[in-house]
Design a protein around this ligand. Structure first.
Ligand SMILES: O=C(O)CCC(=O)C(=O)O
Length: 272
């Protein structure tokens, strides 16, 4: 799945771009599913600038059987266990950000561990999928090589109605451009940001988060945007075991092997 060179790059820089992770058929299914979520009003504009839009859906697994199944595919298990010391691995979180054409707002610098506060941020990874081609012009992900080792102070982000931001020295920041279906993986400590979308086409990213099932946990109780406590205990809907002895491809957590669900959901949607 990953070469030694790629793993070394990930450990050194805190992130790694991987083109061609999902097939064209899988990407087509994700886009069709995203269109359904949009049509059903599932995406919420979090931008505070009324002229711009940064549309977000969190806990996608609750509203989308297709995005739920994506996290339980064998290639995701292979990727995340390679990045997390061989596992065991469970899914921690997922979300989509969509920047509409011409008015897409940026997401400012932040470390995901500011939200989740794991004792060791290297024990969790984000896997961000370019649902559309992700370029500098439409606001792809940017990273600062090697910046994942410091724990940065955050402040409330005035450009978003609930996010937090940090202010790293970004003189060495690099964009990760990806064809649709590519992914960029990054540790919870890796500061990242995305730019505006001024192009004529929308740009979406689907981010799945995974953690080491033993080392990537915290006893802290986290509250969601509505102030409700979030439960990160593995082995339940939304927190399925992805790799390791307790992993069942989601059968235990969702009552159906998610490899079969993926096959069932991807083909008809892609053809539609
Ligand atoms: O897709 C984006 O614009 C932002 C993604 C992001 O910052 C994240 O998933 O943490």
């Amino acid at each position: 799945m990953l070469t030694d060179t790629q793993l070394a790059q990930f450990r050194r820089d805190g992130f790694l771009g991987i083109p061609g992770f999902w097939s064209a058929e899988e990407v087509a299914a994700m886009r069709a599913e995203l269109d359904r979520l949009k049509a059903e009003g599932m995406l919420r504009n979090v931008a505070t600038d009324g002229a711009k839009a940064n549309l977000q859906v969190t806990e996608t697994w609750k509203v989308s059987p297709l995005f739920r199944a994506a996290a339980l595919q064998p290639k995701v298990a292979a990727l995340t266990s390679a990045l997390l010391e061989g596992g065991p691995v469970f899914q921690y979180f997922d979300q989509i950000f969509l920047k509409p054409a011409r008015s897409g707002a940026p997401t400012n610098w932040h470390q995901d561990n500011h939200y989740f506060k794991l004792p060791d941020p290297s024990m969790a990874v984000g896997v961000w999928t370019a649902v559309h081609p992700a370029t500098v012009a439409n606001g792809t992900m940017r990273f600062i090589p090697g910046a994942h080792l410091a724990n940065l102070p955050h402040r409330r982000d005035p450009d978003s109605d609930h996010h937090w931001r940090c202010d790293p020295d970004d003189a060495q920041a690099v964009p990760v451009e990806l064809p649709a279906g590519g992914v960029v993986v990054f540790t919870y400590g890796s500061p990242h940001a995305t730019g505006r979308n001024d192009t004529d086409a929308e740009r979406a990213g689907f981010a799945m988060h995974f953690a080491h099932a033993e080392k990537g946990r915290t006893r802290e109780v986290h509250l969601n945007r509505r102030g409700e406590p979030m439960d990160y205990t593995p082995g339940r809907a939304g927190r399925p075991f992805v790799a390791g002895p307790q992993a069942t491809h989601g059968a235990a957590e969702y009552g159906e092997d998610q490899r079969a669900a993926w096959r069932r959901l991807v083909q008809p949607r892609a053809a539609a």
